[in-house]
Design a protein around this ligand. Structure first.
Ligand code: ADP
Ligand code: MG
Length: 360
């Protein structure tokens, strides 16, 4: 059983505050992913949970127990580092045995844990090799194995796939998901890659500048982003934000056309419209819609994406049928296709909920 509760957790390095008050609840056996741009504080938060750095302010409880001052080795938490941090002069077996020997476990127990971890991670053949005799993927497995043999209640993984090539990355990603199901512990996984977050997580914590922007399931974040940061961070290609003004039931760009909507927030005349590539259509001839000029197209086989510049300079991505060919500099019209769109406050970026607009 491992439930984590963080309350108003702050971290300062000398005068610089890098975490500004994190509140977070992580349930037993949950697979939680911290995602956010580089430098937003993901590793720092993980290190506070592991006990590798002290919490400046606020509290961290594991189940009912306050952990702020508990030594890392006494927390029942194991961390896998981005750099693997293996001992180069020890073979794989010794690398895995080192930490558990310090825990004072009997020899037989250590042996049985290592052989079980080696089986789970399919590395029985590698136990006598030194790290330099292993590929990147195999080293990553040893680093995970070393955490596994400690039988922690909580696993922390810091960007575990970032040193692997693309093909191996999706393979190890599947293995990590399987491992979580098999061992059933609570897992916190850090990445800057929203696709990893979307595919692995029960719950995603989106971070930005030392703050939590939103916590939710992959679907909640995609369908109801709490603000424009989450809207543009989750989803690929990205959601486009368009600065628009409301007039009746239409949203328009100055000298750049407008689109009609059935539902709009009633708050302000100015707002940000958030549109994903598959909520838009692009046509050469249309009476209505935003005017735009094609910049380039990306052909991906099943889909194509057209990137076009709106009258105000915003670059917008539109998903199209791969047989629809557009040339750079072509004048086009962009319309909404009826799929959900998002509205954000022009100043704060907070999500605005729309309601039905009277017919005009
Ligand atoms: N030991 C440290 N001393 C001073 N600043 C640090 C230290 N560790 C991290 N930082 C700063 O804290 C911020 C968050 O870093 P980090 O947690 O590594 O981000 P992420 O893992 O999301 O890329 C960065 O601005 C970084 O420069
Ligand atoms: Mg990091």
């Amino acid at each position: 059983m491992a439930r984590l509760t963080l309350r108003n957790v702050k971290k300062r390095f000398k005068e610089t505050e890098v975490l500004h008050g994190i509140d977070l609840e992580i349930r037993d056996r949950e697979f939680v992913v911290f995602v956010g741009p580089s430098g937003c504080g993901k590793s720092t938060l993980l290190r506070l949970i592991a006990g590798l750095d002290p919490i400046t302010e606020g509290s961290f409880h594991l189940n009912e127990r306050m952990m702020n001052d508990v030594a890392p080795s006494k927390r029942g938490i194991a961390m896998v580092f981005q750099s693997y941090a293996l001992y180069p002069h020890m073979d794989v077996y010794e690398n895995m045995a080192f930490g558990v020997r310090l825990m004072g476990l009997p020899k037989e127990e250590i042996e049985s844990r290592i052989s079980e971890a080696a089986r789970m991670l399919k590395m029985e053949e590698l136990l006598k090799r030194k790290p330099r005799e292993l590929s990147g993927g195999q080293r990553q497995r040893v680093a995970i194995g070393r955490a596994l043999v400690r039988k922690p209640e909580v696993f922390l993984l810091d960007e575990p796939l970032s040193n692997l090539d693309a093909a191996l990355r999706s393979e190890v990603r599947l293995e990590i998901a399987k491992l979580h199901r098999e061992i059933g512990g609570t897992m916190i996984y850090v990445t800057h890659d929203q696709i990893e977050a979307m595919t692995l997580a029960d719950k995603i914590v989106v971070m930005n500048n030392g703050r939590v922007e939103q916590v939710g399931s992959p679907r909640q974040l995609f369908e109801k982003p709490a603000n424009s940061f989450v809207g543009t961070f989750i989803g690929s290609p990205k959601m486009t934000l368009v600065d628009v003004s409301r007039s009746g039931n239409r949203l328009g760009i100055a000298d750049g056309g407008s689109v009609p909507l059935d539902e709009l927030p009633d708050k302000t005349p100015h707002l940000k419209l958030g549109v994903r590539p598959d909520a838009l259509t692009v046509k050469r001839e249309a009476e209505d819609g935003f005017t735009a000029s094609v910049v380039y197209t990306e052909y991906l086989g099943d889909d194509s994406y057209v990137y076009a510049r709106l009258a105000d300079g915003t670059l917008v991505a539109i998903r199209t049928h791969p047989n629809d060919i557009f040339e750079p500099d072509e004048a086009v019209r962009i319309n909404l296709n009826g799929s959900p769109v998002h509205f954000f406050d022009a100043e704060s970026g907070q999500r605005l909920e729309p309601s039905a607009v009277a017919a005009h």
